[in-house]
Write a protein that binds this ligand. Structure first.
Ligand SMILES: O=C(O)CCC(=O)C(=O)O
Length: 277
């Protein structure tokens, strides 16, 4: 996360942007920014214009229908509820359209919009980098075959100098407890969970009494199309399968400050990255 010096620089750059014509709606308010700092997430309602949402939905529907591009299937995950194998019924249900950025120029155009980039600068400092190795996807949760994602920190399999990355989760449709919206454990971005509290796959163990107070904090993130959840990649989150009859679609990217480089030789360093600001 931004050091005090970086925050001062980011604040400085925010001020100069405001002077150069950026408007308050391109920024987090101070209250929103401190909510993120304390809780590890903040929701911005209706941030994405309808045209963008509609176009991203069309791309999602096209690529799901044609199984286009690099995809992850429900059966690849082996999560509770997922079909047992690619060959079993529903095995080739798409869970993630990977490499969203390469699917259409609209994604990069959207990420460069001041209403997103200015906010990321407020959280990460003036130079925001987007790793293409992680997230960079359209997540779909389909009605007939979907699965439960346990409580986890995204950073568990990522390798950067620090775990201070910020994710954005853009709802392309309604997200609620019925269709498997994300749930978060507020404040859990502040400390790394000790290894004994996690299972072999590094999900938070729900059977341990010492994890009960953390799990009691579970907060559903219900979203409408165009809403954006900004969340710290160390904030524990989870989601159930989709119990509705409609596919849920969300666009997800992660960002880091320029100082927080991927560790050489790691999976996080295996893909190019984009310098956005
Ligand atoms: O929609 C879900 O099941 C959660 C996905 C998720 O948390 C992740 O891929 O990191």
């Amino acid at each position: 996360m931004a050091t005090n010096t970086q925050k001062a620089t980011a604040a400085g750059s925010v001020e100069s942007e405001l002077a150069a014509g950026a408007t308050a709606c391109e920024q987090f308010s101070e209250q929103e920014r401190s909510f993120f700092v304390d809780n590890g997430y903040v929701i911005q309602r209706g941030l994405i214009p309808v045209d963008y949402v509609q176009q991203m939905r069309r791309i999602t529907e096209r690529d799901v229908a044609g199984h286009l591009g690099d995809n992850e299937y429900e059966a690849d995950l082996h999560y509770p509820g997922a079909p047992a194998s690619l060959e079993s019924e529903g095995g080739r249900t798409i869970r993630r359209l990977r490499q969203a950025i390469s699917r259409d120029p609209i994604f990069l155009r959207l990420l460069k919009e001041p209403f997103l980039l200015q906010r990321l600068c407020q959280l990460l400092g003036p130079h925001v980098v987007m790793p293409l190795a992680h997230h960079n996807c359209i997540m779909t949760k389909q009605p007939r075959f979907s699965s439960d994602t346990g409580w986890h920190q995204d950073t568990r399999y990522w390798s950067f100098s620090t775990g201070d990355l910020v994710n954005i989760w853009i709802a392309l449709g309604p997200e609620n407890l019925h269709n498997g919206c994300l749930q978060v454990l507020p404040g859990t971005h502040q400390a790394a969970a000790s290894r004994e509290r996690l299972d072999e796959a590094l999900f938070l163990r729900t059977d341990l009494p010492e994890n009960a107070p953390l799990l009691a904090r579970a907060t559903p993130v219900e979203l409408e199309p165009g809403d954006v959840l900004f969340f710290h990649a160390r904030c524990f989150h989870a989601a159930t399968r989709n119990f509705s009859s409609q596919t849920k679609q969300s666009v997800v990217f992660t960002f880091r400050s320029i100082e927080n480089a991927p560790l050489p030789g790691s999976r996080s360093a295996a893909w190019p990255e984009l310098l956005l600001s």
